[in-house]
Design a binder for this molecule. Sequence first.
Ligand code: GLY
Length: 338
Amino acid sequence: MLLVLLVPTLTALLPFGHAALPLVINTWAFKNASAAAWRALLSGGSVLDAVEQGCARCQVEQCDGSVGYGGSPDESGETTLDAMIINGDTMEVGAVADLRRIKNAIGVARAVMEHTDHTLLVGESASVFAENMGFIAEDLTTNKSVNILSQWLKGNCQPNYRKNVFPDPSQSCGPYKPRAAVRAKKRPRHGNVRSHDTIGVVALDRNGHLAAGTSTNGLTHKVPGRVGDSPIVGAGAYADSSAGGAAATGDGDVMMRFLPSFLAVELMRAGADPSAACETALSRIKRHYSGFFGAIICANTTGHYGAACNKVPGFSQFHFVVSDSESGSPLLKSVDCI
Ligand code: GLY
């Protein structure tokens, strides 16, 4: 009897598995995002619709404060958004970075894909493009983001992401001027687990169509203009319907140097199972940045999926959500970090 009671729980907690297609998998415990993506598929939408709806749900809910408006204000207090969507059949990509004043970043990313021949639009010009495409311009500031900024200013702008400048950025606010670089030991990264919770979604339908996408407001107290991994194809996400899909979350400044989503998909193409592909992609980063904060989800073309994360203080287990036709509702999964 006990076993009967335990089996569904244990199954839900297994880090990898095989889904009855279609499959939606997303980073973190964002169950409503999974449900929104799943509804899109059930109502006849494409895998691109599923990815868009999943990310859009998190933008509206401001998932963990690190997706959507009013989160992660930069040094000037502004929230800026990064997002990307990729069609694994055609390898078309649409992405926006440093998007201002427009809430629906994933929608704008899709508009870049569908209404331009470009891949990535950035900054003010991306916002103008969005307005021309019918997206509403509005202030992304909230009481919470104003509060985060004022606390940071009161605390002498600590932490921040400046180096080799004066005044000393570990003591003072700017404006900063460059000073000669000093050879120092690698500095510990300031980012913590709560400061980079990108939503990444991978969707696969019964006919083998794959798509992936991301949405985030980046990193709190970032230098204005900073763009993370999420809108960079192969870094934040990647999908190729002949191999698999992956999406990453974590310290984008480090992770984007290694294109972990691209690497994981290529490893699956070469026959690695999704969990091994996810682990290897993170191990590559770990060789250079052992203390980086990050995680990745992977799915192959047959509906096998897995995830991996890098163990750092305060982060020993990564949660992600899976919806498939067997469960019919979002299942919370977890993986122990390596
Ligand atoms: N992974 C989100 C970011 O670093 O911007």
